[in-house]
Design a protein. Structure first.
Length: 385
């Protein structure tokens, strides 16, 4: 596997050097941001399983005028103690992501932004069967995917302002390359993804504004060794929010709903058939955040998040039945600009989550989870380089 023998210091150094070299080719007067930090997640359930994950992200962003170039990588150490599947630990570099954007609005009566995101497969794939327990639910840990193949995602976004009304929309197409997912599932070719989104925001007054937003996602067919394997159901999201902003106070409330259509699964003949009921329940989520700025350099923040996923369309006697999920998260944080070149922050959050009984992808009794996350981030800025 590429980069397997490179240690963390070498990896960080390579990212920084790459960004500096690329930026010097584009301009000798630019801005360069270096961001890193530390994230640790811990959870435990009522079935004597628990896990801890430590994650160190490294991001380098170069920008000048209408160009922006970023590199994002990281290193994660994940350990799970599973009541029935034993203990497993994984320490590995994650995939490296290259992000490029170009503002092509000059001379146009609206804003127009082109983006290109590329995933480089420096992470972990080809999992042994006993290692698959490390791939956890994204509602439990920050890193739930340790590696994929080469991915290429061009995007185009447009925005326009009419007085107090601002609206925009974007489209993107994600081409996903083939890779070996595990020792059993090799030559895995995940389906491509088409995404479109839109948002409108209205400023009722200097301190109040509201927004509505939505997006639609279409998934292509997943293939294994050239054979059709699965196709995720189409995804719809619709939401609304309201924001309050004054000199020292910021607050926002957002609610959204997510609906997924029926998926297509492999049948006895080797083709794909639409499932008889929806295997993914509908979702409702809400976020409330409040921030206070005691001075121009310091921000104190708090937030509450709620998530509810309804039971899917199958009966509790069927093999693809999944019961409902409820999750509640609360967090506190602070950030400070120490100098014009240095900014840091810390966040602490905790959650409780309840899953009802499920028969898919394995039979599970109802579970209760409790978890906590601690996040430290640091940003260094260089201007006029």
């Amino acid at each position: 596997m590429l980069f397997t023998g490179i240690n963390m210091k070498q990896f960080i150094f390579a990212l920084i050097i790459m960004a500096v070299v690329l930026s010097s080719r584009l301009s000798t007067a630019a801005n360069l941001d270096l961001q890193t930090g530390f994230n640790i997640d811990y959870w435990a359930d009522n079935q004597d399983s628990k896990a801890v994950q430590a994650y160190v992200p490294v991001e380098v962003t170069y920008s000048r005028k209408n160009y922006s170039l970023g590199l994002l990588g990281g290193y994660a150490n994940t350990r799970i103690e599973h009541a029935s599947k034993g203990n497993r630990t994984l320490s590995h570099i994650l995939d490296t992501k290259v992000n490029f954007s170009y503002d092509i609005s000059k001379g146009l009566p609206f804003g127009l932004l082109f983006g290109l995101d590329i995933n480089l497969p420096t992470g972990k794939t080809e999992f042994k069967q006993e290692e698959l327990v490390l791939i956890m639910d994204p509602d439990l840990v920050s890193i739930s995917s340790f590696g994929e193949g080469y991915n290429v995602n061009p995007t185009l976004s447009v925005a326009k302002e009419w007085g107090d009304l601002v609206a925009g929309m974007g489209i993107g197409y994600l081409w996903r390359g083939e890779y070996d997912f595990s020792e059993v599932v090799d030559d895995y070719n995940p389906g491509d993804i088409f995404n479109t989104s839109a948002e409108a925001r209205y400023f009722f007054s200097p301190v109040w504004n509201g927004r509505i937003f939505g997006n639609y996602v279409w998934y292509g067919k997943d293939r294994v060794s050239g054979e059709d394997f699965y196709r995720e159901g189409d995804y719809y999201q619709l939401g609304m929010g309201v924001n309050y902003s004054r000199t020292r106070w910021l607050a926002g409330l957002t609610v959204r709903s997510i609906i997924r259509e029926k998926s297509r699964t492999q049948n006895a003949g080797g083709g794909l058939s639409t499932e008889s009921s929806k295997s993914r329940g509908n979702e409702w989520a809400g976020d409330l955040s409040i921030s206070y700025l005691p001075d121009d350099e310091t921000t104190l923040k708090s937030f509450i998040q709620a998530l509810r996923v309804s039971r899917n369309g199958y009966s509790s006697e069927e093999t693809r039945f999944v019961g409902r999920r409820e999750k509640y998260t609360i967090g506190l944080g602070a950030s400070r600009e120490f100098t014009k070149q240095l900014e840091g922050g810390v966040t602490l959050k905790g959650f409780i989550m309840r899953d009802a009984e499920a028969n898919f992808p394995e039979v599970k009794s109802g579970r209760h989870y409790k978890g906590v996350s601690f996040i430290v981030n640091l940003t260094t800025r260089f201007s006029g380089i």
